[in-house]
Each structure stands twice: as structure tokens, then as C-alpha cells.
Design a binder for this molecule. Structure first.
Ligand SMILES: [Zn+2]
Length: 466
């Protein structure tokens, strides 16, 4: 093979891992894309820069399907913006972040999308968006069509947080049906609101609504109940559905059973539900671990981990939310008033690689499917999540043997803590290419400036996962 011009970068000596297979290969990068994946026996083509990946894995840049970036919710604003979150993402081997355009009270879904897109202009990596619909009126179908045409084909629905962002069951049905006609997929936060509200009331009456009792306020069965209801709606209208942050084997099994009946249903889980349990709420800083759904009992975590290892989890999202300890502690005597969520866009790769591959024995090809390939496909992001000719040159080199202890001082998220402090992890990105630019190498981070593109989601095909 000959190249008209020297390649920008060649990554050689490593094992290239895709969801569909792996093997030794040289990756040739030109003009922001992968020009060739060639035999390691062939001589390197002329190039500007070579990255020696001998003994290392070369995987597609991560696609994080679940990030909250600089969002204001009530009185609390997340501490990062697209610049900061994207830098942290790149340090962590994620080259595409998908954020949520959640409308403020009185704001339309389409206006929320426009506002987020403007904020994304400072991103250092590529970005995409989920829309969000909270209620149905006679403009909603047109807004969904306009969002799809504008490249937003995934829409978040909440079955809880009544009077804030909750969508009633009839709204869920209309969105699922309308979005399906646009080649899209609904992304559902499924917890049964009436069960949650009652559990919160009971906890408050017993003086147990504080962060230390967070797990009590959102029982596991609330998740399974809402998943079952939404799956029935999806099956009824013949639409696909993706469940964000599943935490229990019961919920995962409902999705699997629906899939066997022909429903296109998908399960996402998050690093923290695979690695942290409710014991953290007895910690000195329980507020730091308050997220929704809550961290679960150790047996639940073990069963979820087992489901991930047997192939029943489709995607890993960080559910990144950057708050400080001070923000979280302010109302930690009542979890109903606290900001929820954990910082995690930077640690998604090492936390899940360690848990699933290094300690769990998951084939690395399967890990790549969950970390990059499936999230790309389930968001309509063509050219992402794969190392193949023509794909975007988003590439991570990692050493599966190298271990490093997590310390918040070494991380780049705008939070003063990490839930993984002190853990020894492997799977840290050593070199990262984002759209062909070397942004991380042995010399550290090379800020590319505000070059992240707003990606246009294509229609999501009917049968897209292997
Ligand atoms: Zn979330």
C-alpha cells in the first residue's frame, strides 16, 4: 500500500482491540481519521510521529454515553464546563462525551438543545447530546422531529422527580412512539416515583432521610417496577428503549427477557454500581456517595457484576456529575434537598477495566464494546467506537499491566474528591489521540484548544449490537 502524503501519526507494536476481534497491527492516522490498519510485518509508512505501543493495548477512544456537564439543577450548579469536563475525559481515555439537554422550568426541549450546543463550543473533545422531554403538548412531536433532523436522536425520560423533570406514563408512550419514527431511542431513568416518595417520607418520619441512610430512600424494587412498566410500553408501541444506570440484576434480567421477546431494549450501568456499595454511606463523608439510584448492598453489586460478565450489560456510562463536598454536605441531613451524582468521566476507564477485565476476566474485546462501540452505535455516532479505516482517529493506548493508585490530586475533574481514592487500578490511558491529535502522551496533556465537534447522530439501525 502506498500513501500519497506522509501519515500524521502511526501507532505501532501494539495489539489493536475492537469489539469484533483483536490482533497485532499498525494504525495509520491521517487528516483526523484512520487511514489504514495494517499488518505489523509491513514497513511503517512515512509519518510525522510514531507512537510505540509495544506490549500495550490499542483501543478505540471511549464514548461516554452519560455525562452531566455544568448543569444547573435548582440551587446547585455542577462545577465544570465543557472545557474542564472534556480535558478530564481525554485524560481518562474518553474522546466523545454525550451530555443531556435537560430543560429548565419553562424552557422547551429544543431550546435546551440549542443552549447546550453553544456551551459545547469550548469542548476539547467531540460531543453529542441527548434531548429531554418532561411533558407532552401539541408542539412536542414537531420538536422531536426537529431535534432528530438536527442530529439529536436520543431523548432522556425520567419516571421520577415529580414536578421537576418526571414524564408521566402517557408522555413516555408518546415519546417512545414518535422518536422511533425518527430513528431514535429513548434513554430512560427508571425508578417508580410513588415508591421513592413513600420511602423518602417513611425515612424522614423516622429521622433517617440523611445521607447516611440514602440507600433506604430509594429501594431496589422501585427500579425493577419502573423498568417493567416502561418495557411494557416499549413493547406495546414497538419502539426501542435504553435504560440508564441500571443497578440491580432484577432490572437487567427484565431487559434481557424483553430482548428475547424481540424488544430492542438495552442496559447501561455505571462504574460506581459495579465497584462501590452502600457501606460507603457509613463513611465519614456519606454525602460524597449520594447518587440516584443509590449505591446498593454488596450482594446486589456482586450480582450486577456477574450480569456484566455474562454479557447482559450493553454500555458503561459514567453518569458524571461534578459537585464539591461543600455543595453536597450543605443539605446532607435531607437527601431530598441534596445535589446527586458522582464525578467520574475521568475514572470510567480504569475503574471498569480493573473490575471487569483485570479482576473479572472479561475479554477485552467485550470491554471495548461496552466502553466505546455500543455507546457509539446506541447514539447514532457513525465513525466512533471502532479502529478501522475511515473511522475517526480516536485511539487510546493502555498498558494492562501498569497499576496506579487513585488520588484526587492526580485527577482533572473540578471536584475535591473521587469516590475511588486510594484504589489501585489498571487500565489508565497512556497515550490518547482525539480526532487524530495526540492529546496525551508520556509528556502529559497537550491541550488542543476548543476543537471538539458537535456530532450529528444518524438514525440508529434496528439491529445494531452483536
Ligand atoms: Zn445521569
Amino acid at each position: 500500500m502506498s500513501f500519497p502524503q506522509p501519515a500524521d501519526v502511526v501507532v505501532h507494536g501494539g495489539t489493536v482491540v475492537n469489539a469484533g476481534g483483536s490482533g497485532p497491527a499498525t494504525v495509520v492516522v491521517s487528516g483526523g481519521r484512520i487511514a489504514a490498519v495494517q499488518s505489523p510485518e509491513l514497513p511503517l509508512p512515512p509519518h510525522g510521529r510514531a507512537i510505540d505501543a509495544t506490549g500495550k493495548l490499542v483501543i478505540p477512544g471511549g464514548v461516554d454515553p452519560h455525562c452531566h456537564i455544568g448543569q444547573r439543577l435548582g440551587e446547585y450548579a455542577q462545577l465544570d464546563d465543557y472545557a474542564g469536563a472534556s480535558v478530564a475525559a481525554l485524560w481518562g481515555g474518553t474522546t466523545t462525551v454525550v451530555d443531556f439537554a435537560i430543560p429548565e422550568p419553562g424552557q422547551s426541549p429544543i431550546d435546551a438543545v440549542h443552549e447546550r450546543r453553544e456551551l459545547a463550543a469550548v469542548s476539547r473533545c467531540d460531543t453529542a447530546l441527548h434531548g429531554c422531554v418532561t411533558s407532552w403538548d401539541d408542539t412536542t412531536a414537531k420538536q422531536i422531529a426537529a431535534m432528530a433532523e438536527g442530529g439529536v436522536r436520543t431523548i432522556k425520560l425520567f419516571t421520577t422527580y415529580k414536578d421537576v423533570v418526571m414524564a408521566e406514563p402517557d408522555t413516555v408512550l408518546e415519546v417512545l412512539r414518535t422518536l422511533h419514527a425518527q430513528g431514535g431511542i429513548a434513554y430512560v431513568h427508571a425508578e417508580a416515583n410513588h415508591v421513592i416518595e413513600d420511602a423518602q417520607d417513611l425515612a424522614a418520619a423516622a429521622n433517617r432521610a440523611d445521607a447516611g441512610h440514602h440507600a433506604l430512600t430509594r429501594p431496589e424494587l422501585a427500579e425493577a417496577a419502573a423498568v417493567a412498566e416502561v418495557l411494557a410500553t416499549a413493547e406495546h408501541v414497538g419502539a426501542p428503549v435504553y435504560f440508564v444506570h441500571q443497578t440491580t440484576a432484577e432490572a437487567v434480567d427484565l431487559v434481557r427477557a424483553a430482548r428475547r421477546r424481540g424488544v430492542r431494549a438495552y442496559t447501561e450501568t455505571c462504574p460506581h454500581y459495579l465497584t462501590l456499595d452502600e457501606g460507603t454511606y457509613a463513611d465519614d463523608h456519606p454525602e460524597r456517595y449520594v447518587c440516584c439510584p443509590p449505591l446498593r448492598a454488596p450482594e446486589t453489586v456482586a450480582r450486577l457484576h456477574a450480569r456484566a460478565l455474562t454479557g447482559d450489560v450493553d454500555a458503561l456510562g459514567s453518569d458524571h456529575c461534578c459537585y464539591s463536598t461543600a455543595q453536597k454536605v450543605e443539605h446532607s441531613d435531607d437527601v431530598r434537598l441534596m445535589p446527586n451524582g458522582l464525578p467520574g468521566v475521568e475514572t470510567r476507564l480504569p475503574v471498569t477495566f480493573t473490575r471487569l477485565v483485570a479482576d473479572g476476566g472479561m475479554p477485552v474485546e467485550r470491554f471495548v464494546a461496552l466502553f466505546a462501540t455500543n455507546p457509539a452505535r446506541l447514539n447514532g455516532l457513525t465513525g466512533k467506537g471502532v479502529i478501522a479505516p475511515g473511522a475517526d482517529a480516536d485511539i487510546v493506548v493502555l498498558d494492562p499491566q501498569a497499576r496506579r493508585r487513585v488520588a484526587v490530586a492526580d485527577l482533572h475533574m473540578q471536584s475535591d474528591y473521587t469516590p475511588y481514592e486510594g484504589r489501585e487500578l489498571t487500565g489508565w490511558a497512556q497515550s490518547v489521540l482525539s480526532a487524530g491529535r495526540v492529546v496525551l502522551d508520556a509528556d502529559g496533556f497537550h491541550d488542543p484548544g476548543p476543537v471538539g465537534r458537535t456530532l450529528h447522530a444518524d438514525p440508529i439501525p434496528d439491529h445494531l449490537l452483536t
